[in-house]
Write a protein that binds this ligand. Sequence first.
Ligand SMILES: [Zn+2]
Length: 219
Amino acid sequence: MDKLIDFHTHHYKPNHTNIISYDVAKFSEVKNDYFTIGIHPWWIQEQKIKQLEELLITQYNKSTFFGLGEMGLDKIRNKQKYQKQQEVFEAQLNLALKYKIKTIILHNVKSHSDTLRILKQTGFNNNIILHDYHGNEETLNQYAKLCHIYPSFKANFICHNSKSSMLTQIPFDSILIETDDDLSVSLEKGYEALAKLFNLSTDQVVQSMYNKFRKLKQN
Ligand SMILES: [Zn+2]
């Protein structure tokens, strides 16, 4: 079996195919893995936009460059800078358009309406990974009117969801799996749980994740 893909993580794990999301200020070297770069809404700073563009120019043609992010809005953490968050999110979407970036990784906490409004304003209409998705189906439909959407779920969230959950209402072809910054989570168990939910073999889930990976990857 191929290595399991972790679509959004902040840690390198040798037994997985990792897509590691770096904050622009913390990007250093990449250990033979796929990566994204962006400005996280918790770590907003005006000067980072220029830094991000400079870095993007040197990185986006690399075969390991996956996309932009994570970026987005958070109404709980760093709420005092919510206005700035929106400006920085919009600036990053404009960079995505300028450099024809195929995929962005979106962080969203209680701010779907503002996210949708800014997406509409900028006209970004490519792929969006809705990382650690917690919204409902109706919200997914709103995103789907604007972009190609890929809701991504944490492995332990999948493990704790039953067949009756909203998860099984989502087309399997769009579902992704991640560990984010949680080192205690078993990606393997998440793949097994996903296979069970959709009546597939684990190997079928792995192959499907690789198909999605190829669609989303920049180069
Ligand atoms: Zn993250």
